[in-house]
Every structure is written in C-alpha cells, then in structure tokens.
Ligand binder design. Structure first.
Ligand SMILES: Cc1cc2nc3c(=O)[nH]c(=O)nc-3n(C[C@H](O)[C@H](O)[C@H](O)COP(=O)(O)O)c2cc1C
Length: 186
C-alpha cells in the first residue's frame, strides 16, 4: 500500500555541490547547493536555485558568474559547513582550508581540491517563490587528471561523488551498467 504525503521536495539523491562566487573587490565565497541540475545539452547549461537572502545570491547576481565544484565523499564536512554559515560572517576558504585557484573565463574561483569544476555564465534569472532559478551556460570545465580513465573520460569511481537526500549525505560510486546496456538484454 502507498502512503500519500503532502507536496514537498522529495527527489533523491541530488548532487550536493560547492558553488563559488566573488564580490567586486575579489573576495571569494562558497555556498553549498543541492538544487542544481543539467538543463540543456547544446549549449551545455545548468541551473542552481538560490534563496534571495543568501550572500551568494547577491554576488552571483552582480557578477553573472559562478563555478560549480563537484566534491568527493572525502569533502563532505566542508560541503556541510559551507551550507551552515554565511560568507557575510565567515571566510569559508580560510575556515575549510580549501584552496581557491583562478578560473579561465569567469570571475569566481575554482576549488582546487574538488576534482571537477564547472565554469558558468548566468543567462537568465527566474524568480520562483522561495528560490530564484539561475540558468547558466557552461563556458569551461576542469577535471583532475587523477579522475580520468585511460580514454581521457571522467571515471566516477575515482571522482567518488556524493549525493544528498532525506537530510543526509550519501556515497554514490557503485556502477550498475553502461548507457544503453538494456538494449542487448530486453
Ligand atoms: C546540503 C545543503 C544543500 C543546500 N542547498 C541549497 C540550495 O540549493 N539553495 C540555497 O539557496 N541554499 C542551499 N543551502 C543553504 C546554503 O548553503 C546556506 O544558507 C549557506 O550558509 C549560504 O551561504 P552564503 O550566505 O555565504 O551564500 C544548502 C545547505 C546544505 C547544507
């Protein structure tokens, strides 16, 4: 039997990423974001949903830039921390010990320790209710050599991604099949 529940956000797992941004003076910030996703293939586009009261909302709206840094399971503490405190009060790079390095095209730093960094340029901001939806084009990607396989492709088992759901963090690296594998089976 199914139990009907009232409407609420329920999709799981979703990625929990560390989004970086910077103010006009060049000060960096990190915000943890779970409401993120791929929204278009050509051009490659992503979305992040950010509450207007977040410090990062102001920075990203002003600069029109951000970087999505995809953490590993080893970075779960920093992921949680960057979602608990505001850049208005805390220098989150200093506090977590994460290292900012320059992006190629956007005014926001990459987090060196995250194996994948996605440079994003905001194209549209859509006001929803609790959150504003930032639609952005991916203008550059950076991937650590250590997480590439021998064909130069991202190897998830090395990137050790983490997921978020039911107010908890989860490890996600077990491979179940290759895209399209069902066609040979069914
Ligand atoms: C796992 C997790 C996911 C979060 N996802 C979002 C999100 O998608 N959008 C958002 O506005 N805030 C989200 N938050 C809350 C912000 O990360 C948090 O309010 C943060 O302190 C804001 O930082 P800032 O004021 O420096 O921008 C999340 C927090 C956690 C711990």
């Amino acid at each position: 039997m199914k139990v009907e529940k009232k409407p609420a956000t329920i999709l799981y797992p979703v990625p929990a990423v560390m989004v970086t941004c910077q103010d006009e003076a060049g000060n960096f910030n990190i915000i943890t974001i779970a409401w993120t996703g791929t929204v278009c293939s050509v051009p490659p586009m992503v979305s992040i949903s950010v509450r207007p009261d977040r410090y990062s909302h102001k920075l990203i709206s002003k600069s029109g830039h951000f970087v999505i840094n995809i953490p590993t399971t080893d970075q779960v503490e920093a992921v949680d921390y960057c979602g608990m405190v505001s850049g208005r009060e805390v220098d989150k790079f200093k506090k977590t010990g994460l290292t900012p390095i320059p992006a190629s095209l956007v005014n926001a730093p990459l987090i060196k320790e995250c194996p994948v960094n996605v440079e994003c340029e905001v194209k549209q901001i859509i006001k929803l209710a609790s959150h504003d939806l930032f639609l952005a084009e991916i203008v550059a990607n950076h991937i650590d050599e250590e997480v590439l396989n021998d064909k130069g492709r991202l190897d998830m088992s090395r990137a050790k991604p983490l997921g978020y759901g039911t107010h908890k963090y989860w490890a996600l690296a077990e491979e179940l099949g290759v895209y399209g594998f069902s066609r040979e089976k069914l």
